[in-house]
Structures are given as structure tokens and as C-alpha cells.
Write a protein that binds this ligand. Structure first.
Ligand code: BT5
Length: 337
């Protein structure tokens, strides 16, 4: 609240203030702010100290008041939720749980889901110590270098409709990148990796809890390399991984804005999913994909198969035409070349 008050008052007063130092104008005396926030001067002082401890640069002068000079590029709930205007995902700051460090945002969100956390709950971390990929693989997630977050969904859908759900997440990320950086060609590799110039910038891991034919919840984890430079990747990933910063020619961007855009896109596509607009989701996926039309080799648990990727069906399964024209359908698997 205090952070919002500082920013809002600063913006209101900007026109009347000659700002020589940069940042938002000095806005208010402690008494004035205490009145506005209906709290005591001591609470304001404590709040300012706590903001400073969290990385906000707030300049204070007993005579002139406070001024918010810099906001840290951290994905705090108050920052991430500002201007989000989503209907389901992170629709209030209370639904966002921020951690400086966790083992895995998916694991942390699973604990919250088991405690009954509502749909749209988000766990975001600055760093993951055991970030997870699919099939027991790991996801490299250094501090402040990426957007590492997980979202909880509780759709009332039959289990057969779940596979198309994973496609929707990749569409949301691809669209968010396109909106923020139209010059960058981010494409979806089936089922849901996001690549730029052939290198992986984002991975998605969806886990679910279900019994018989009843879905309890879905947790989708997104790992988007954002500020990473080459040296942030272990040697074995340096040729295959990339980041938004690297692809944007080393121009820095705000993680908060990109994370917010992903959540907005996801909220809107997830609502289409709830409204059974599967065709539209599939066509959005097709518009962003880089797999269809290519000769590929896919490896599933049972076999490897080479052919041309010709389509995805309404369940999100990949249809591959073999050399003899025979068509095969893969619900899961990995494109290895
Ligand atoms: C994925 O798995 O691509 C899913 C990654 C999901 C990560 C998010 S982060 C937030 C949430 N919390 C978690 O614990 N996980 C999710 P998969 O398709 O299995 O790819 C894993 C493989 O990608 C690894 O074996 C490496 O080869 C490679 N890899 C690992 N870290 C990478 C990175 N940061 N960037 C690019 N490639 C990476």
C-alpha cells in the first residue's frame, strides 16, 4: 500500500515538481501519508525501512518528505499485480506468493494446492535450487536471471481435455514475447518449448493431480530465461539455450512487464479454454508453431519415428506422416531432431 501511495502521489505531483535527480518527485510528509493510509507516523517510517530493505530506493528528508527513486526489478506481488487486470490468474496480489529462493516453484505451489489454494494462485521465485524439467530432468534457474513461476488451475474438465491445456500455455508465452518484442521470432516447438533462432528460451512443465476421471488441479511451471548471458548457462547448454536479453541484442527489459504480459495472455487464453474454444486455441498454437511442415524424428517412451509433422489434432496430439504416407499420432514425446 505504502509503495503504491508513494508511486501514485509521486506521479500526481510530477507536474508541479522540478525533478533534478530522476525518479518520482518527493511526495509527502509522513503525517500526510499517515493520514492517507489511515495509520501512524511510526508505521509509515517502519514501512519505508522495510521497502528500503526489500531493495526499493526511497530517499527521505525530514523537511521535504519521501521520494521513490528506484523500484527493484524483483517480482514482488505488489509489482507483478500492478495494472494486471486479470480475471482468474493472480487477480489479486494475495494470490501471488514471492520467494527469493525455493527448490522448485512447482513443488512449492503443490504444497499450497494441497492446502486448498484457489485457482489462479501463482508462486514466483527469484531463484530455484532444484528447478524441474520433464521426466526428472533439471531446469537451470539462477537468481534474477529468469522468470521462474508456476500457476495453479482447477478447471472442471474431463481428463481427455487436459492435453490441449498444455498447448495453451506455450501460446500465452509466445504471444507475450511477440507483444513485448515484435522483432523477435519466438516459435513453439511441439509440444511446448519456446525457441528463438533454434535455441530454447523457455520450457514449460505441467503436472496434475487426478483420480479415476476426476481432475483435482493442474500446476503449470514456466521457466523463461530473461537476463541470462552465455556464462549463466552451464557449458552443455551454451549452444542450445538463449535468453530474452541475448536475443534483444543485450538491451535490458523489465522482467516484471514480461511476467505480467504472460499472466495476462494466459488469463485470456485460459478463459477461452474454459469456454470450450478449442479450435481457436489450436489455431493460435498453429500460428506460433515451428514444428508443422518439418521433417522430424520423435522419441516417445515406446519408439522413435521419423516423418513429416503434418498436423495437431483437437487433443494437441502431433500427427506425423511416415515415408510411406502412413500417419501416426503422438500424444507425448520429444522431438529429437
Ligand atoms: C522443460 O523440461 O523444458 C520444462 C522446464 C520448466 C521449468 C519451470 S521453471 C518454473 C517451474 N518450476 C520448476 O521446477 N519447473 C518449472 P524439458 O523439456 O525436460 O527440458 C529440460 C532440459 O532443458 C534439460 O535437460 C536441459 O537440457 C535443458 N535446460 C535446462 N535448463 C535450461 C535453461 N535454463 N534454458 C534452456 N534449456 C535448459
Amino acid at each position: 500500500m505504502l509503495r503504491i501511495c508513494l508511486a501514485r502521489r509521486g506521479a500526481d505531483d510530477r507536474k508541479n515538481f522540478k525533478d533534478v535527480k530522476g525518479g518520482l518527485p518527493r511526495v509527502s510528509f509522513r503525517e500526510e501519508m499517515a493520514g492517507e493510509l489511515k495509520t501512524s507516523r511510526t508505521t509509515i517510517w517502519k514501512g519505508i525501512k522495510s521497502l528500503q530493505k526489500s531493495g526499493y530506493t526511497v530517499e527521505g528528508s525530514p523537511r521535504l518528505g519521501y521520494r521513490l527513486l528506484q523500484i527493484p526489478d524483483l517480482l514482488y506481488p505488489a509489482e507483478l499485480s500492478e495494472g494486471l487486470q486479470t480475471e482468474i490468474i493472480a487477480k489479486s496480489p494475495a494470490l501471488i506468493h514471492h520467494f527469493l529462493q525455493v527448490d522448485s516453484t512447482n513443488n512449492r505451489l503443490k504444497l499450497l494446492a494441497e492446502e486448498g489454494a484457489p485457482e489462479g494462485t501463482v508462486v514466483v521465485a527469484e531463484e530455484q535450487t532444484s528447478g524441474k524439467g520433464r521426466l526428472g530432468r533439471s531446469w537451470v534457474s539462477p537468481r534474477g536471471k529468469g522468470i521462474w513461476f508456476s500457476i495453479l488451475f482447477r478447471p472442471s474438465k474431463p481428463l481427455e481435455d487436459i492435453s490441449v491445456f498444455t498447448l495453451l500455455i506455450a501460446v500465452a508465452v509466445a504471444r507475450a514475447i511477440k507483444k513485448k518484442l515484435p522483432q523477435i521470432d519466438a516459435g513453439i516447438k511441439w509440444p511446448n518449448d519456446i525457441l528463438i533462432q533454434g535455441r530454447k528460451v523457455c520450457g514449460i512443465l505441467t503436472e496434475l493431480k487426478a483420480e479415476a476421471d476426476r481432475l483435482h488441479y493442474l500446476i503449470t511451471g514456466i521457466g523463461l530465461n530473461f537476463n541470462s548471458v552465455r556464462a549463466d548457462f552451464p557449458p552443455e547448454l551454451q549452444k542450445t539455450a538463449t535468453s530474452i536479453f541475448l536475443e534483444n541484442n543485450g538491451h535490458p527489459l523489465s522482467r516484471k512487464e514480461m511476467a505480467g504480459q504472460i499472466l495476462r495472455e494466459m488469463d485470456s487464453i485460459y478463459r477461452k479454454y474454459l469456454n470450450n474454444e478449442t479450435e481457436e486455441i489450436l489455431s493460435l498454437w498453429k500460428a506460433h508453431n515451428i514444428t508443422l511442415g518439418k521433417k522430424i524424428t520423435i522419441k516417445s517412451l515406446r519408439e522413435s519415428f521419423t516423418g513429416k509433422a503434418v498436423d495437431i489434432d483437437r487433443y494437441g496430439a502431433l500427427i506425423i506422416a511416415g515415408p510411406g504416407g502412413d500417419k501416426r499420432r503422438f500424444v507425448a514425446g520429444e522431438i529429437i531432431s
